[in-house]
Design a binder for this molecule. Sequence first.
Ligand code: SAM
Ligand code: SF4
Length: 443
Amino acid sequence: MKVHIKTYGCQMNKYDSELISGLLKSDDFELIDDIEKADAVLVNTCAVREHAENRALSNISQLQNLKKRKPGMILGVLGCMSKHLGDKIFEDKTYVDLVLGPDSYRKLPEILNSKKRYKDIESRYDESYTDIFPTRKEGISAWVAISRGCDEECSYCIVPFTRGKERSRPVNNIIDEIKRLLDEGFKEVTLIGQNVNSYNYNGLDFPELLEKVSGIEGLKRIRFATSHPMNLSDRLIDVMAEEKTVCPYLHLPVQSGSNKILKAMKRSYTVEKYIEITEKAKIKIKDLAITTDIISGFPGESEDDHKLNVDLVKRVEFDGGFTFKYSPRDKTEAYTFGDDVPEKVKIRRLKEISEVLRECALKKNREWIGKVTEIMIEGKSKRDNSEVFGRTGGFKKVILKHNNLSVSTIIPVLIKNATSQTLFGELIEYSYPPKADPPPAEE
Ligand code: SAM
Ligand code: SF4
């Protein structure tokens, strides 16, 4: 059976699609890119914002036409939206054959073979897919899930409902998966979870896990996402500072710059605490880059609260960030608060925050001009065949003129120019393997 998977949403969802590919790795199934040739189309969905759900729903409606042309085709809806709206989808959209929540993928091969209509959106706390090895397709950094679900209760967020309670994956299992990735040629991994730094497996916490993973021979770079500010401990900062393979990069969603709104969001820290943590981390971790998420237009957000968002971005000087318009999600606590910030105001505030984030990113990127940094090559530049691009430890994209550097090579480059999105570099003389510390830039 030929299977096509379409994925919406975050890294975790992309990872789940790789897990599903791993589950379907048998003689019975072939994963294909060409949807027209597929016997089964699986749509792996996101429910974090209404917009994400609407996109997936419209895609599913369009697939009805494909099904009309190919009557035997199986159409499956998977992921967070299945958990959220699965009952309704299964009832109303009779052309949808399968509805499976994030804890029900294990049955997929059997269900596809049975060709029966089927729905399972149960939460299973004991399901971590620990024994399944995902099949990777894209990128040079392989995602490795270290936990599933989330125990936080952020008042706006549907994830604890769609993905259930947090469960940490056994350490040995994580290490085995990384070793296997190294055998496949990966040199970089990104440890993922909704709240990676609350990882705890039988008393072994995230800093300790990072140390263990750093010790894996052949692994050049380790990234992780997403971190919760409350769990960014001093020990984690120390491990990041000490372990050379751990990239100096933190994605640390702040969500709001107003204490009033943070309290209503149930984020369990204050703006002052957030600033203290990020300053401590910047002092200890050389060349640390910090990015964030901010929600604009949360219920009750006044113009003053919005100004505090802008002030915080300027104060922390983020290297980049994602801004989201608040989207009310039923089943969450904030849903009961109403949605009192008018759409127009939300959009204007979102634009203002994005603009300040862009200015900060430009400033931070320009600070690199004249300095030398190491990048890992990711591939050829799309706009010019004589250029390649790579990423710094701080996850900044660097483009340089060269047409003969293989993917995953780590090289030192001198940064010559910068925009808010990209650095432009020049290869400097180096002997490979590079020395631990790249040579200083010439004036
Ligand atoms: N676990 C991560 C964390 O704690 O930051 C990220 C989870 S969520 C998939 C990614 C981002 O979506 C969040 O950081 C938040 O900014 C945003 N988000 C979540 N719920 C939202 C909502 N109801 N409306 C708008 N944005 C939302
Ligand atoms: Fe959602 Fe908060 Fe958990 Fe992140 S930490 S997934 S925002 S509940």
